[in-house]
Design a protein around this ligand. Structure first.
Ligand code: NAD
Length: 400
């Protein structure tokens, strides 16, 4: 099912029946077997690849390695990427891929072999003109480096380590964008405090969450609660983010850190100004939506709020900065890595941050203005702007 509510959207922008038919379903989806002998172990699993819409450019979207990967969720993320890239204005279409494995069950060597096999079965797809992967849940710069090593085409994959053609700042860029959205979101709700006094709860402390914590901490906000798969931790005076990152880098669980342990559910009930969702999809459902105390919710993860929960939260007058804007920092930096394919490592980290900030700030104010003009919420506004851009590209290319 599409993430778009065509009835609602049709009241804001014009969508013809033909356009709707195109946007309701992905352009292409594939299920590929990934069978691999790993010495004693035999891996037999599924790989999914979806190109949702590529009217604006090659399919762009991360590779997910997770046990719950399915064609349905990969399709959903590819659709989100279509509107994320359109909203922010980078010349990509929406794609995503995933392998149904738990990466924690494999050694570093085995993971390298799995990535190599992924490249072999996807050899026609991984191409800077077709599909350009990047890190997502369960994958990171190391996996991207293996892809580069197999293909020898620098711009066929982004999110590579800086030592092998990646760009400084890419690793931090999604978190950077999320933190910028927190700052902007606070402005719009007429926050009478400076960001220095703002209390934040953060779900997810992986690649995105840890960087959000770092940037918000630098801005002076207090992360008073955080959670990962092990549960949550709480400190009313603010957690020590640098210590926490070091703690996680030593492969320790968040709950092993010295702070008051709380459950993942209790994190949502904390009396905070901001809730950042940086874990997985469907974190907020109709069951826990009413628990949320924060006025501002920022979606660092893809699709962390179900449609039902979104309605409840809107009814509770919460301000939500949607994933297609809040988590776009990574694809903005990836765009720079892609177009500077052969010289990316010369780009300074600060240059990447300023590109991420500028695109996100400009798009944020467009979203706010369009929302005001149409008396709609930020999610509907962001989606309407993005869909309009996709439709306009389809017209320009003679698709409709
Ligand atoms: P990651 O695997 O590095 O981190 C995920 C984190 O979420 C981990 O800390 C994990 O413990 C935690 N988590 C999982 N289930 C949880 C639960 N039930 N409660 C609390 N914490 C839980 O992944 P990531 O790259 O940080 O991605 C996080 C989200 O951001 C995903 O939705 C991803 O699609 C999205 N995203 C990532 C990027 C990127 O550049 N990595 C870009 C855009 C969007």
């Amino acid at each position: 099912m599409s993430i778009l509510n065509f009835e609602k959207l049709g009241k804001i922008i014009q969508i013809s029946d033909c356009t709707r038919t195109i946007l309701e379903k992905p352009e292409m989806e594939m299920t590929l077997r990934l069978d691999l002998s790993l010495g004693e172990k035999m891996l037999c699993t599924d790989t999914y690849v979806v190109y949702y819409n590529t009217v604006r450019g090659p399919a762009k979207g991360g590779i997910r390695f997770a046990p719950n990967v399915s064609l349905e969720n990969i399709r959903n993320f590819a659709e989100i990427m279509t509107y994320k890239t359109a909203l922010i204005g980078v010349p990509f279409g929406g794609g995503k891929s995933g392998v149904k494995i738990n990466p924690k069950e494999y050694t570093r060597f085995e993971l390298n072999e799995i990535v190599k096999e992924f490249v072999h079965i996807m050899s026609k797809e991984i191409d800077p003109r077709v599909y350009i992967p990047a890190p997502d849940v369960g994958t990171g710069p190391r996996e991207m480096m293996v892809i580069y090593g197999e293909k020898h085409i620098p711009e066929c994959v982004t999110g590579k380590p800086v030592s092998v053609g990646g760009i400084p700042g890419r690793k931090e860029s999604t978190g950077r964008g999320v933190a910028t959205c927190v700052r902007l979101g606070l402005e719009t709700i007429g926050n009478d405090k400076s960001i220095k006094n703002v209390k934040v709860a953060l779900q997810g402390f992986g690649k995105v969450g840890s960087q959000v914590a770092l940037f918000l901490n630098e801005m002076g906000a207090k992360i008073i609660g955080a959670s990962d798969t092990s549960g949550g931790i709480f400190n009313p005076n603010g957690l020590n983010v640098l210590e926490l990152i070091e703690h996680k880098e030593n492969n320790k669980l968040l709950q092993e850190y010295s702070a008051e342990p709380i459950s993942g559910g209790e994190l949502f009930k904390l009396d905070v100004d901001v809730l950042v969702l940086a874990a997985l999809e469907n974190a907020i459902t109709e069951k826990n939506a009413n628990d949320i105390k924060a006025k501002l919710i920022v979606e660092g993860a893809n699709n962390p709020i179900t449609k039902e929960a979104d309605e409840i939260l809107n009814g509770n007058n919460k301000i939500i900065i949607p994933d297609i804007l809040a988590s776009s920092g990574g694809v903005i930096a990836s765009y720079v890595e892609w177009y500077k394919g052969k010289s990316g490592s010369l780009t300074e980290k600060e240059e990447i941050y300023s590109i991420v900030d500028k695109l996100i700030i400009d798009t944020f104010y467009q979203m706010v203005q369009f929302a005001k003009g149409n008396r709609i919420n930020y999610r509907d506004s962001a989606l309407a702007i993005a869909v309009k851009k996709v439709i306009s590209a389809m017209e320009d290319r003679g698709w409709i």
